[in-house]
Design a protein around this ligand. Structure first.
Ligand SMILES: C[S@@+](CC[C@H](N)C(=O)[O-])C[C@H]1O[C@@H](n2cnc3c(N)ncnc32)[C@H](O)[C@@H]1O
Length: 274
């Protein structure tokens, strides 16, 4: 394994903090473990030399490889299920009553390998099938890691990765891809766009969403990055829209302008926010 010198460690920590908001201050060994192979594949023997290559590489590929290796992508279907119950029992009935919403525009920010956005799609599809309410939807699923987005876009999972899903939904929303894997049905996939996007990028799209899921992303951010992200999420939400974050990421009153309405669920009220 290639070891990090203190100054190299400091440079990588600062680079990841400044560009992606990710705090790696206590992750020296993790960086060494996850990056050594990448350094070897680039034919370099020190982290200092690797960072020189990264800065010279205008294609951004080296930076993208490093980010893919250093982010935590842990996720699974139906993670934090209380949120999906709230979506099914409170948010969707409310949205379906509102005639102004021709379709639901959903953003799954930090979607990792796709389990979260496909879970949202299954909840929405199931709601349509059960209630006969033809609420249309489209989902923008974004992440900073090209590697996870590639897997998410394919939508192919092993039986083990699908353990958290009820059998009925496995049958309804997946088909066999080969002897060991299952592929998400096209009718779910066709409503989802995957995009490589840095949540801390200063360039902000103009798209507005009815519902934003951004769970277990800011947990790895430092205070400043968290503040920047929360502002961006608030601004991307339509009036009356909901923001869902991870249960371990609860924000206090001073940190968010939206109204807390359920655990780790916030609403943008129609009237002007405080
Ligand atoms: C732990 S996963 C969470 C996945 C899913 N949201 C969930 O709750 O199961 C965090 C994801 O956030 C992504 N991420 C981290 N920093 C990011 C940034 N600055 N911009 C976009 N995505 C980021 C990581 O690549 C990773 O896939």
């Amino acid at each position: 394994m290639i070891r990090l010198k203190e100054e190299e460690f400091a440079e990588i920590v600062e680079y990841m903090r400044q560009n992606y908001g990710i705090n790696l201050e206590k992750k020296k060994t993790l960086i060494e473990c996850r990056m050594s192979k990448e350094l070897e594949s680039q034919g370099v023997t020190t982290f200092g030399r690797y960072m020189e290559l990264l800065k010279k590489d205008k294609s951004g590929l080296t930076a993208s490889n490093m980010v893919s290796r250093l982010t935590t992508n842990y996720t699974y279907f139906m993670r934090e299920p209380a949120h999906f119950t709230i979506l099914r029992d409170h948010i969707l009935p409310e949205f379906s009553k509102s005639s102004s919403r021709g379709f639901l525009n959903v953003w799954c920010a930090g979607c990792s390998t796709g389990e979260e956005c496909y879970t949202i799609a299954m909840i929405l599809q199931d709601y349509r099938d059960r209630t006969g309410n033809l609420l249309n939807y489209r989902i923008l699923a974004t992440d900073i890691s090209g590697q996870v987005l590639e897997k998410a876009g394919k939508g192919i999972y092993t039986a083990k990765e699908m353990e958290g899903l009820q059998a009925e939904w496995k049958n309804k929303y997946f088909r066999s891809a080969d002897a060991k894997t299952f592929c998400v049905e096209e009718r779910l996939k066709q409503n989802i766009r995957f995009q490589n996007q840095n949540l801390l990028s200063p360039y902000m799209g103009t798209e507005q969403f009815d519902l934003i899921f951004c769970r277990n992303v800011m947990i790895y951010f430092d205070k400043k990055a968290k503040e920047t992200l929360v502002k961006k999420l608030e601004a991307s939400l339509k009036p009356g829209g909901y923001l869902v974050i991870g249960h371990a990421e609860l924000l206090n009153r001073g940190e968010i302008k939206l109204e807390p309405v359920f655990p780790a669920v916030y609403k943008k009220n129609r009237e002007k926010q405080r």
